[in-house]
Design a protein around this ligand. Structure first.
Ligand code: ATP
Length: 247
């Protein structure tokens, strides 16, 4: 599971994430929503151990992502908004490299064909990443995240740039991982997808957690029964006051 406690991230004088506390239980998909610049990517990068938080703690399967990085990351997969791939490795070499890093060559052997075929990358298996289209890179990035069977999965805008067929596959994949017991956190601007895919939603604005709950709970707290998630999101984020940095 994922446990985030009082997470804070300052960039020089800018407070990007302010006292964020939430958890994601096994078998749960949480949607991280918020306007541009709300701090979603910053929060995900802190949780993934890529950025060092200014304050607070992140526990992945009980391990502190700063103090006990190797054990915290052992069962973590992060799909960034912009795929971080190696231009001079082929598609299949990527899957192999990631599986080797996580010491899961067994999964490389058993899962590679399924993943390559699911993301329509089979005929590109021997191509260098440099030759792939943007959407293909995104799909490879997802396949790399899935090859080592992580039980905490982080996705930053995973559906951007992916074609409808790939998006359907990915949504099915995310649901399958949830049903198999993974704890999943997804940032997205796609409110329809968030409503269908996620069990609970977190709405952040200027780094602050403004609201959380199921869509029904958000409707009850912030809207009316007939309002769409878009209406509720817009009403929650209508008030926009800048964050204050402590001296
Ligand atoms: P979007 O929906 O547009 O992707 P986001 O919610 O992911 O936005 P972040 O990218 O986390 O937002 O940015 C949060 C805030 O932190 C923004 O005000 C942004 O300008 C600022 N920020 C992000 N990265 C840096 C950085 N490296 N240095 C300084 N400020 C940064």
């Amino acid at each position: 599971m994922l446990d985030v406690r009082g997470l804070r991230k300052e960039y020089k004088r800018h407070l990007a994430v302010n006292d964020l506390t939430f958890n994601v239980q096994p078998g749960e998909i949480i949607g991280l929503l918020g306007p541009n610049g709300a701090g979603k990517t910053t929060a995900l990068r802190c949780i993934a151990g890529i950025l060092r938080p200014t304050g607070g703690e992140v526990f992945i399967n009980g391990f502190d992502v700063v103090q006990d990085q190797a054990r915290a990351k052992a069962n973590l997969a992060f799909v960034p908004e912009v795929p971080a791939l190696y231009e001079l490795l082929t598609v299949e070499e990527h899957l192999k490299f990631i599986a080797m890093c996580f010491k899961r060559m067994d999964l490389f052997e058993s899962q590679k064909e399924t993943l390559l075929s699911r993301y329509r990358l089979s005929d590109k298996r021997n191509e260098l990443v440099a030759t792939l289209s943007k959407g293909m890179r995104q799909k490879l990035s997802v396949a790399c995240a899935l090859i080592h069977d992580a039980n905490v999965l982080l996705f930053d805008e995973p559906l951007i740039g992916i074609d409808p067929e790939g998006a359907r596959e990915l949504k099915d994949e995310i649901t399958r991982a949830r049903d198999a017991g993974a704890a999943i956190l997804i940032s997205t601007h796609l409110l329809d997808t968030a409503e269908k895919l996620c069990d609970r939603l977190l709405i952040v604005q200027r780094g602050i957690l403004r609201a959380q709950g199921t869509v029904a709970e958000l409707r009850e707290q912030f809207g009316t029964a007939d309002q769409s998630l878009e209406d509720i999101f817009l009403s929650i984020t209508a008030e926009d006051s800048p964050p204050v940095l402590s001296a």
